[in-house]
Design a protein around this ligand. Structure first.
Ligand code: LLP
Length: 463
């Protein structure tokens, strides 16, 4: 039976009344450090600056929309996770949140490992020089070609997601004359109280092998018998945008229970457990995420306590934060195109991007905040909805936001906390070109993923 364990915060659990929005902040020009990256500030003219560069210059040089990524902030978050977990644990950055070769190099330099979940992510990681043994390969339906490539490259672990895959990976490893280190991903029956599509550890979904009914134990039994596999541990990922640690507590309890059963049945103490990612970030001032050191302390204590109770050696822990590292490091810079007041309702502010660069609002009902970026303003707050340029009324970037009443076409606005799952889920809907990712640091900016061009579009369309 599922156990409801961790509401992901009211903004993600549909508990607020329909049409709810917070009251306007006392000062619309203020920048809440919870949602902005560490170098974001306003200069003496009121213009937003990041990494020592003002957004007007960024817009002139790189155009809008653009994802602007604060390299120092990325590195310090990566380092904070690394330091918090210390030498007895491993941090695997979840590349699905956002991956590029520059990011892979930063992670490598900061001593993190990398979780990839497709051949494309694996290729990106390898091409940027991430050592294969520091890569974990995920996915519920890895192709034979992807598995072969991963085994040949020598990835540190493949996370097995089904009975078929246990056999498939064992077979490929034997064929290649090697033994592949693997973890087995199980579902522990914790229901993540977050959006239904991003809850992954309850049983009625596609990931992992259920603990229920002895299926996970059977998977371990089979994997242990296969020459091509070295079973190093159990993996559990319970969901996304989670603030409450009690879901991890239940998951750790159940994973350790399985380790104990494995020890009792096979006389083997598996040396590792991976508790996945899913730690929440602040999208608006209402969200209160935890610091990496608090999370590390809580997870380590939970696992140690559970293992002591089960009389097991404490396994090496790994975690896979994606959003919690890259989410707050970037904002999306847009130019306002039209401002349309609807009497008695709100003002619609259309920007030059939309659901093609941020699908999360449409897909998950996600909440974002927004600020006027090219200048400050003392005008009265007006209730707005920031929308994109796509041919769809659900093309919403920020559902409810207060912006200054003098907002006008040509102003730049910035939506913070768009580092995770925005560029990586971007599309070409309406043949809109995907924005670049511009990294800023110490007064310098450089494009790490360039803007798509019409030539790119036409190159794929072979007539
Ligand atoms: N590990 C595994 C096995 C995962 O499946 C995921 C996310 C992560 C780690 C990283 O989770 P994070 O720390 O980034 O929350 N597109 C959705 C999120 C999907 C997450 C899928 N798996 C969103 O935009 O919210």
């Amino acid at each position: 039976m599922s156990r409801s364990a961790h509401p992901a915060g009211p903004r993600h659990a549909d508990v607020l009344p329909e049409g709810h929005y917070s009251a306007p902040p006392a000062d619309l020009n203020s920048l809440d450090p919870k949602v902005w990256s560490e170098t974001v500030t306003r200069d003496e003219h009121g213009t937003l600056t990041v990494g020592g560069i003002d957004v007007k210059r960024l817009a002139e040089e790189y155009g809008t929309p653009a994802y602007v990524l604060d390299e120092d902030d990325f590195r310090s978050r990566a380092r904070a996770w690394r330091t918090a977990f210390g030498d007895n644990a491993d941090v695997f950055y979840a590349g699905k949140a956002f991956l590029s070769r520059a990011v892979v190099r930063w992670l490598h330099e900061e001593g993190l490992n990398l979780d990839v979940c497709s051949g494309g992510e694996l290729a990106t990681a390898l091409s940027a020089g991430m050592p294969a043994e520091r890569i974990a390969f995920h996915g519920n339906n890895k192709s034979v070609a992807e598995i072969r490539r991963a085994v040949e490259a020598g990835v540190g672990r493949i996370v097995l997601d089904s009975f078929q895959e246990i056999v498939r990976v064992a077979h490929i490893a034997r064929e290649l004359g090697t033994r592949q280190r693997v973890q087995i991903r199980i579902t522990v029956g914790v229901e993540a109280h977050t959006h239904e599509f991003i809850a992954t550890a309850h049983e009625d979904q596609k990931f992992g092998i259920p603990l229920a009914g002895g299926q996970a134990a059977e998977a371990v039994r089979r994997a242990l018998q296969l020459d091509g596999l070295e079973v190093i541990g159990i993996h559990s990922h319970i969901g996304s945008q989670i603030f409450d640690m009690s879901g991890f507590e239940v998951a750790a309890h159940r994973v350790v229970g399985l380790l104990k059963d494995i020890r009792d049945e096979h006389g083997v103490e598996l040396p590792e457990i991976d508790l996945g990612g899913g730690l929440g970030i602040a999208y608006t001032s209402d969200d209160d995420p935890r610091e990496p050191h608090e999370i590390a302390k809580a997870l380590t204590e939970i696992v140690t306590r559970e293992c002591e109770a089960a009389k097991l050696r404490t396994p090496r822990i790994s975690v896979e934060p994606g959003r919690a590292i890259v989410g707050p490091t970037a904002f999306t810079l847009y130019e306002v195109g039209t401002v349309k007041p609807l009497d008695g309702l709100r003002t619609y502010v259309s920007v030059d991007g939309g659901m093609s660069d941020n699908i999360r609002t449409a897909l998950y009902d996600a909440e974002y905040s927004v600020s006027l970026a090219s200048r400050s303003s003392d005008a009265e707050p007006m209730l707005t909805r920031v929308v994109g340029k796509h041919c769809e009324s659900g093309d919403i970037v920020v559902k409810d936001a207060f912006l200054p009443g003098d907002l006008a076409p040509g102003d730049l606005i910035a939506v913070p906390a768009t580092g995770a799952y925005c560029r990586s889920m971007a599309s070409n809907y309406n043949h809109v070109l995907r924005p670049p990712v511009v990294a800023v640091k110490d007064g310098e900016a450089r494009v790490i993923v360039r803007r798509e061009t019409e030539e790119d579009l036409l190159r794929l369309d072979v007539g």
